[in-house]
Each structure stands twice: as C-alpha cells, then as structure tokens.
Design a protein around this ligand. Structure first.
Ligand code: UD1
Ligand code: CA
Length: 492
C-alpha cells in the first residue's frame, strides 16, 4: 500500500466516476474531445491521473460518443478501469447513474464525480473535497468557483445558513427570469464546477427520482442536490480560488488556453526546482518530462514525452526532444531528436536530426547537418559535420570526417556498418554496408568502402588523378576562367 494522501479520519472513495460521454461538438474535430492532448497527455488522461491519486476502490469512465476509440484509449492508460456505456437518455445524471450501474449494488462510502474534459483539477483539491465531505458527514459536497462571467454554468443557490439549497442550470435560470421577472438566480456568480463527492447510497436513491422535466430535457445530476436535501441530507460546498481547476475545454481556443496555463505551471515548477528557463513563454514541457538542477533551457525548446535531462545540461535554442534521455553536462543546440540517448558531456547540433535509436556516448559529438538513426556511438567519438549515420555501430574515440555516409540501403534491405575505436575516416567516405572497419584504421578522402578494412589499415579507393594541361584555354576560349588561367603552360 502506498502512504495515504488523506488527513486522518478520511477514507479513500469507493469510486470515482469520470464523465466522458459528451460529443464535444464545438471542437469541430474528428477526434473525440477528451482525446485532445495538452502537455503531452489527453484531457481525459489528466482527469484519470487526478482521480487515481485518490486511490479509489473503483475507477469508472462513462462513455458514449466514439465509444470504442475512447474506451481503447482509456484502458491503455488504466488497464483495470471500469468502462460504463451511457444510453440515449441525455444528461450528467443519466451518465452517473449508468456509471453506478457498472459497480456493485451494495456500494457505500464516498463516490466522487469528475469530468473527462477538465484537465487542470489537482489531486490536492480533490483530496480536500473528499476530506471535507467526510469530516462534515455531508450527503453531497459540490466543488464551486466564483466566476466574473457565470454564463452557461449552473448557479449555486444557498439557504440562510449558507448551505447549498439547489443548483439551477443557466438555461433554467434564464427561464425563471423570462417567466417571473426574477433575475436573482441568473445574477449569482458562484457556479457549479460539476465535480462532487456524494454519499453512495444517497446518490443511487436520489438519481432514481431525477426526471428529464427541464428546459433541456436532460437528466440533471444537479437535481440530486435538492433531492438529497429534501430527504434530510446535509448538502454543502467547497470553493476553489483557482478558476483554472474547474475550467473545461469546449473549443480549440479553450484548449490552447488550458495548454498554456498547464505549461505555465510546469515551467514554474521546474524553475522552483532549480532549472533556468530563459523564456518560459516559448518553452514547452510535457507533464512526464523530468529535469535536474542547473539545466538551462533556451528559447524555443520543446521537451516531449518521457524526456529526461541531467544536471547542468544546456538545451536549445530551438530544440525539440521527444522521449530523449540527456545525461549531465551535455549541450544540445538547434536539434530535433526522438527516442534517443545523449551521453554525459556530449555535444549535439546545431541543425542536427537524431532519429529513433541514436545512442551517443559520453563526450561524443554529432555536429551540424547530421542525420542519424539506429546508431550506437562510443565514448568520445565525433561525427562533426554533414553526414548520415544509420544502422551502424561506432567504437570509442573515433573521428568520422566531414560528409561521411553510411549507405545502409541496397534498395531492398538495410545493412549494418560497424566501425571500430580510434578510427580516422577521410572526408566524404561512403560505407557501403554491410561493411566493417577495424580498430585504428584510416580511410582516404572520398573512399567508397565496399570491403572490410582490417585494423590499422588505410583504405583508398581513389582513381589516379590526371591533369589535362591547358584544357580550359583550349575548350573554353574567351571565358573568364580561360582569362584567369593566363598564358598556356608549356606542354611536354
Ligand atoms: C454541467 C452542470 C452545470 C455545471 C457545468 C460545469 C449539469 C446538469 N449541469 O453543465 O451545473 O456548471 O457542468 O461545466 O450537470 N456528459 C456525459 N453525458 C451526458 C452529458 C454530459 O458524460 O449525457 C459529460 C460531458 O462529457 C462533460 C460533462 O459531463 O464531460 C459536462 O457536460 P456538459 O454538457 O459540458 O455540462 P452541462 O450539462 O452543460
Ligand atoms: Ca461543459
């Protein structure tokens, strides 16, 4: 068992139900809304991660729109997740009811409800919601926020004692105003976040009484609050001061805003942990990234996936690393790298493209205009300028000259190049794989290496050079080159 996240007297919820059945029409996307990512994780992935920190006995997601695609994504994230299908009856109340139907009938304790499209809700707030709920022995505890513009949200109506009397949906508050002229409910600025802790038995009992008799013809989960109170339950609230926590992504603009806010939180977090970020606004860090103290991130750096960076390494400017492990003291400048390893004190860039499977050893170097793929490079070896290395293995302290290419593809199959330690290759060497170069061997400039080179040998493939005297003068008369060549050289 992991250590409890709760204050004493609080127990883990029996279930968390994450609502993810909605269509998300305003995203105008072929991708279901909850699968859109921010910070390298889907919206619903954020919701599940927060829910998991509560250690619930059951974690449930309610799905309907694009059911199979959403369910596949969810079970990949949480294999033992309970998937509940919502039928054609619309509304958050119906969604929760069907979530409960997927759980044991005698479920008691606390049931928490959250939304799959609200990604910034923190585990701290959820934990406080559960502990407040249990401490005060509430039937329902709703998370609320005070918004300057409450349009679209359900309004929290309180009694004289300050307890929650009921929640009135925006459209219903509008109707009250139209029918009676009473605008007081519509004017309330404390809103329902849609996140709640319920007593399991009260929830099941009251949901059975909820009708679809309202402006939208939906089964409102919010009706449970009035009903719980009518049967004598205590209905209270917890207000969060942080509006972002209850903000949902309904369209692409809100998605971008939430992504920006999440990134602000992540850059703040890493700066507090000792990372220098020159320009947080142009630096993007995914949630799973891990950084060490004294890392420096220069402008235009994007760190994605499970990228980790060791102590004192300098990344950027204009660098994108996806699932890359960078050691300590390394420099990675203007580089695009994926699924690769960059060793301690190694140097990469500028203008370098590391494709999956690149492993650069300690103090190694991959320089300007290099592309690499599936290559292991030993300690202190350098590929400094202009080239391609793929399906290859290079030993230690080898120097690969300018413009070298591993010709790994014969048009049908890929082949390996194996280069030893302390090798020196001439500029523009082409390794026609499969081929092996022994330790301490050399190649001449322009060598096309088709046969293995033994240790310590020099491989030359150059044809004899022939100079045709006066060729330009005779064949290109009147050109600037012929002019520059001057008087004819004496021929022998
Ligand atoms: C709901 C609340 C409202 C609150 C607002 C906060 C109700 C009746 N109203 O509004 O008081 O201020 O959230 O955002 O609960 N969903 C389903 N199945 C459905 C309908 C919705 O799973 O049939 C899911 C959606 O995917 C979404 C969440 O529930 O994650 C909220 O749905 P949405 O339609 O955005 O909320 P409202 O009902 O407008
Ligand atoms: Ca919404």
């Amino acid at each position: 068992m992991t250590e409890s996240v709760y204050p004493t007297e609080t127990s883990a919820p029996s279930a968390v139900i994450v609502l993810a059945a909605g269509q998300g029409t305003r995203m105008k996307s072929t991708t279901p809304k909850v699968l859109h990512p921010i910070g390298g994780r889907s919206l619903v992935g954020h919701a599940l991660a927060a829910a998991q920190t509560l250690n619930p006995q059951h974690l449930v997601a309610v799905v309907r729109h694009e059911r199979d695609r959403v369910a596949a994504h969810l079970t990949e994230l949480v294999p033992d997740l309970v998937i509940a299908d919502q039928d054609d009856i619309p509304g958050t109340g119906r969604a929760v009811e069907q979530g409960l139907d997927a759980l044991p009938e005698d479920l008691d304790g606390t049931v928490v409800v959250t939304y799959g499209d609200v990604p910034l809700l923190t585990s701290e707030t959820l934990t406080e919601l559960v502990s407040t709920h249990q401490r005060d022995a509430n039937a329902v505890t709703v998370l609320t926020a005070s918004l300057p513009d409450p349009t679209g949200y359900g309004r929290i109506v309180r009694d004289d004692a300050g307890l929650v009397e009921r929640i009135v949906e925006h459209k219903d508050a509008l109707k009250i105003q139209q029918d009676t002229g009473d605008a007081s409910v519509l004017a309330l600025t404390e809103v329902n976040s849609g996140i709640y802790a319920f007593d399991a038995r009260v929830l099941r009992r009251t949901l059975a009484q909820v009708s679809t008799d309202n402006v939208q013809g939906e089964k409102y989960l919010t009706d449970v609050l009035g009903l719980a109170r009518a049967e004598g339950g205590r209905v209270a609230s917890l207000m969060t001061a942080d509006q972002w926590e209850v903000e949902g992504a309904n369209d692409r603009r809100q998605l971008a805003e939430l992504g920006r806010e999440l990134n602000n939180r992540l850059t703040d977090h890493w700066m507090r942990a000792g990372v220098t970020i020159i320009d947080p606004a142009s630096t993007w860090i995914d949630v799973q990234v891990s950084l060490s103290p004294d890392v420096v991130l220069k402008p235009g750096t994007q760190l994605h996936g499970a990228t980790t960076v060791g102590v004192g390494s300098v990344i950027g400017p204009d660098t994108t690393l996806t699932d890359v492990t960078v050691g300590a003291g390394a420099t990675v400048k203007r580089t695009d790298a994926t699924d690769s390893v960059i060793g301690d004190d190694a140097t990469v860039g500028p203008f370098t493209y590391l494709r999956p499977g690149t492993v650069l050893g300690e103090e190694g170097k991959i320089g300007a205009f290099y592309e690499t793929k599936k290559v292991t490079i030993g300690r202190g070896s350098k590929l400094s300028h202009l080239g391609y290395a793929g399906d290859a293995e290079i030993g230690e302290y080898t120097n690969i000259g300018c413009g070298n290419i591993t010709a790994n593809y014969d048009g049908v199959n890929k082949h390996r190049t194996v280069i030893g330690s302390h090798v020196r290759t001439g500029s523009n060497t082409v390794f026609t794989a499969p081929v092996e170069i022994g330790d301490g061997a050399y190649t001449g400039a322009g060598a096309v290496v088709r046969k293995n080179v033994p240790a310590g040998a020099l491989a030359l493939t150059v044809a004899q050079q022939r100079n045709m005297e006066n060729w330009v003068r005779e064949n290109r008369p009147g050109t600037a080159a012929a002019e520059a060549a001057g008087p004819a050289a004496p021929t022998s």
